[in-house]
Write a protein of this length. Structure first.
Length: 134
């Protein structure tokens, strides 16, 4: 399921880049379904994080947030939320980006591994700073 979810994610990204947004939405949903079949919680969270990031980059913020809500691994969830917030800000939704960055910070503060926590918090704050969000 891991490789299948990644292949479907890549297909959906290509569809979105070619302007087939309806096809991309359907393929992203197939990728999420495939990821949800995984039994290993880390790899499932990693796949869902990758899918959520691709959805955000493709302009499907709602789908990206839905996928991010399925992620149980705090580090992977914080990464996904950071990338979704960046996409929101780049799309002009500063208010939505601010909320999503706040959620990313909240999740990152729950990471138990100190190195991963430090990395996640640094990357989120760097993204906030780079985008000029207060």
């Amino acid at each position: 399921p891991y490789l299948k979810s990644h292949a479907l994610r890549d297909i959906a990204k290509a569809q979105a880049q070619c302007g087939d947004f309806k096809g991309a939405l359907n393929t992203f949903q197939m990728a999420v379904t495939s990821a949800n079949l995984m039994t290993d919680p880390y790899y499932k969270s990693k796949a869902l994080s990758d899918i959520a990031q691709a959805q955000a980059q493709g302009g499907d913020i709602k789908g990206a947030l839905t996928s991010a809500n399925l992620i149980t691994h705090t580090y992977n969830k914080s990464i996904a939320l950071r990338e979704i917030a960046k996409a929101q800000a780049q799309g002009g939704d500063i208010e939505g980006a601010t909320r999503t960055f706040q959620e990313a910070l909240r999740i990152a503060n729950r990471i138990t591994n100190s190195r991963m926590k430090s990395s996640a918090l640094r990357e989120i704050t760097e993204a906030i700073s780079a985008l000029g969000i207060q």
